[in-house]
Design a protein around this ligand. Structure first.
Ligand SMILES: *[C@@H]1O[C@H](CO)[C@@H](O)[C@H](O)[C@H]1NC(C)=O
Ligand SMILES: *[C@@H]1O[C@H](CO)[C@@H](O)[C@H](O)[C@H]1NC(C)=O
Ligand SMILES: *[C@@H]1O[C@H](CO)[C@@H](O)[C@H](O)[C@H]1NC(C)=O
Ligand SMILES: *[C@@H]1O[C@H](CO)[C@@H](O)[C@H](O)[C@H]1NC(C)=O
Ligand SMILES: *[C@@H]1O[C@H](CO)[C@@H](O)[C@H](O)[C@H]1NC(C)=O
Ligand SMILES: *[C@@H]1O[C@H](CO)[C@@H](O)[C@H](O)[C@H]1NC(C)=O
Ligand SMILES: *[C@@H]1O[C@H](CO)[C@@H](O)[C@H](O)[C@H]1NC(C)=O
Ligand SMILES: *[C@@H]1O[C@H](CO)[C@@H](O)[C@H](O)[C@H]1NC(C)=O
Ligand SMILES: *[C@@H]1O[C@H](CO)[C@@H](O)[C@H](O)[C@H]1NC(C)=O
Length: 512
């Protein structure tokens, strides 16, 4: 079992007060026209985080005001189109991201559309709210991700199974403390929440303000155990579970193993982060509660001594597939039965990577200077692979670079900024047959460029002599533009260059 890593912590006595301030980050109410406050949290209208899409009111009554509006995105038969929210982030901070969906009949069909959700360059999950919607409830997805830059993007993606306009109800980005889930290699993995439960509890889900990060602890395995007053310090647990989860538990007689299926759903094959939380509620110091824990018959932890102060055990890469059964057995010498208060299971989601920042910046400059940029030019340019922007090709990772730009005949107008020469891995640019205007920028930093097609546009001004500095250049097509002046000597007669300039207002070269 060399691939399984364990972390084990005994917490300290003392009940530290915990912060009641609102979770740090942003809670976005999608489709809302104004900000609002609900259950102590401030919700911001999404208008400044997204471009495109329209606000719609759901057609059925809702009890949670946040669910009453959605932002809906036009399907328009653009497969692999993505619609993105851009959120400012602290680079290096860890964010809990939660997206919530309540269809509410907005598309006039009974059944909600199924689509993808994407975080930065990673295809996070398919959003299928069909069953929840049929049961009249909203659906949420939650994950933990590292901010790899000073913005994070969250996108809705159109896929083959998307048959009507995709939508979203709310989106939260909450900063987690550095110690939370910190055994995870967040450079390479995100965490996707499978389940988070408070055991032996039957009240409403435990969340903010009990949980300072507004994580949601769902009741699981209601029993008749009396609430025990426990002296637990949550500050001693790296994952900072809310105190309230220690008030209830699942337990059994010392002679009986405590066994139950958890999580209840059949799990896709993956590695999982599994955390279990325990605190002993017995009053006598003579009692001892020691147990062995196994998952699907595989030992998970042995001889765990549960103390009044509490203890947490976690595995950071545990393989699971299908049904999961957890067993807690009293060890020899333990006069109290096994017990567990709370647990979390999160799947490890490999991060697909991101396009190199300088290429992202260069493409953003191009997008901003085009009057009608291509559809779906949102979120990460190269990733996820099946959502690469129209008109570009990219290298393989781990450093994803833009290799070609081909926007031939896309009816584009606007100008080409010199900023596109930030994409220094480019080897071909095809912008022919559009309505692009303005001067041809200095592209000499594009040392690898061997093909540049700007024909059939409305470029003006002189042909930049700096193009002669690009050693690799072998095709330079400039015909049918409004170029003036002379062909620069750096290009005229350059060996191996196919230069085409007919259909401009160039003057003849001076006699030599
Ligand atoms: C909790 O533990 C502290 C430190 O051991 C002790 O002073 C306090 O009385 C305990 N509280 C309860 C309710 O047992
Ligand atoms: C949604 O409802 C609000 C108030 O109920 C109304 O002011 C607004 O115009 C509606 N929006 C749309 C898009 O129908
Ligand atoms: C969505 O979920 C429903 C109910 O589980 C299922 O029948 C349907 O096939 C799913 N759709 C897709 C595209 O996965
Ligand atoms: C996680 O955080 C705790 C508390 O800050 C620290 O003691 C521990 O070393 C950290 N573990 C890792 C793997 O970074
Ligand atoms: C819990 O209490 C209810 C009513 O008091 C009783 O019907 C039920 O059998 C009890 N369940 C257990 C597991 O003791
Ligand atoms: C522990 O002590 C508290 C306060 O003295 C009491 O209310 C509770 O019933 C006791 N619990 C047990 C399991 O004996
Ligand atoms: C608990 O685990 C230890 C070490 O594997 C083993 O010796 C012991 O028999 C186990 N106890 C029970 C009750 O299964
Ligand atoms: C560029 O795009 C056009 C239009 O989609 C296509 O016909 C052409 O083959 C592409 N050129 C290259 C070199 O990929
Ligand atoms: C391009 O040149 C043509 C013919 O000289 C002229 O009619 C047109 O206005 C020019 N367009 C631009 C954008 O300069």
């Amino acid at each position: 079992m060399a691939s399984l890593f364990f972390f084990f912590l005994l917490s300290f006595f003392s009940l530290l007060p915990f912060s009641l301030s609102e979770p740090k980050g942003v809670a976005i109410d999608c489709g809302a026209v104004a900000d609002s406050v609900f259950e102590g949290r401030r919700w911001i209208s999404d208008e400044s985080y997204v471009t495109g899409g329209i606000s719609k009111n759901v057609t059925v009554p809702v009890t949670v005001p946040i669910l009453s509006t959605v932002r809906s995105f036009p399907l328009a038969n653009n497969l692999h189109n993505k619609f993105c929210y851009t959120i400012r982030a602290y680079r290096g901070a860890r964010y809990m991201v939660r997206s919530t969906y309540f269809y509410g009949g907005i598309n006039g069909r009974d059944s909600p559309p199924v689509f993808d959700q994407i975080l930065d360059g990673t295809l996070w999950t398919v959003v299928n709210t069909t069953t929840d919607y049929a049961n009249g409830v909203s659906t949420y997805y939650e994950g933990v991700f590292l901010a790899q830059a000073n913005v994070m993007t969250f996108c809705i993606g159109v896929n083959t199974y998307t048959d009507s306009d995709p939508f979203i109800s709310s989106l939260e980005f909450i900063i987690l403390g550095d110690s939370l889930y910190n055994s995870t290699d967040f450079q390479n993995y995100g965490l996707h929440l499978t389940t988070r439960n408070s055991f032996g509890y039957n009240g409403p889900p435990i969340r903010y303000p009990d949980d300072e990060f507004d994580r949601i602890w769902v009741p699981f395995g209601e029993n008749n155990h009396t609430l025990a007053a426990k002296n637990v310090s949550v500050s001693g647990f790296w994952n900072l579970p809310p105190l309230k989860v220690f008030q209830t538990e699942l337990t059994s007689d010392p002679t009986q193993p405590l066994e139950f299926n958890w999580p209840l759903l059949s799990l896709p094959e993956a590695k999982y982060y599994i955390a279990l939380y325990f605190a002993d509620g017995s009053n006598s110091s003579e009692n001892s509660r020691v147990m062995n824990i196994s998952i699907n018959g595989v030992p998970y932890y042995r001889d765990l001594k549960v103390t009044k102060a509490g203890v947490a055990v976690f595995a950071s890469r545990w393989p699971l597939h299908g049904a999961t059964k957890i067993s807690l057995t009293s060890s020899a010498g333990s006069n109290l039965g096994p017990l567990v208060n709370a647990g979390e299971v999160l799947a490890l989601l490999p991060i697909e990577g991101r396009t190199v920042t300088r290429d992202v910046i260069a493409l953003k400059k191009l997008k901003d200077s085009l009057k009608n940029p291509p559809p779906g030019w949102n979120g990460d340019p190269c990733l996820p692979r099946q959502y690469t922007w129209i008109g570009i090709t990219c290298s393989e990772g781990p450093r994803f670079r833009v290799l070609t730009l081909n926007l031939t005949g896309m009816d584009l107008s606007g100008t080409v900024p010199s900023g596109i020469s930030g994409m220094t891995a480019l080897n071909g640019i095809w912008l022919g047959n559009n309505r692009l205007s303005g001067p041809i920028p200095d592209l000499s930093p594009l040392k690898r460029l061997d093909i540049l097609h700007l024909e059939d546009n409305q470029f003006i001004g002189e042909i930049p002599s700096s193009l002669g500095l690009i050693d690799n250049l072998r095709e330079l097509f400039l015909q049918n533009n409004n170029l003036t002046g002379q062909i620069p000597s750096s290009l005229n007669g350059k060996p191996g260059l196919d230069l085409r300039v007919t259909g401009n207002q160039l003057s003849s070269p001076p006699p030599t």
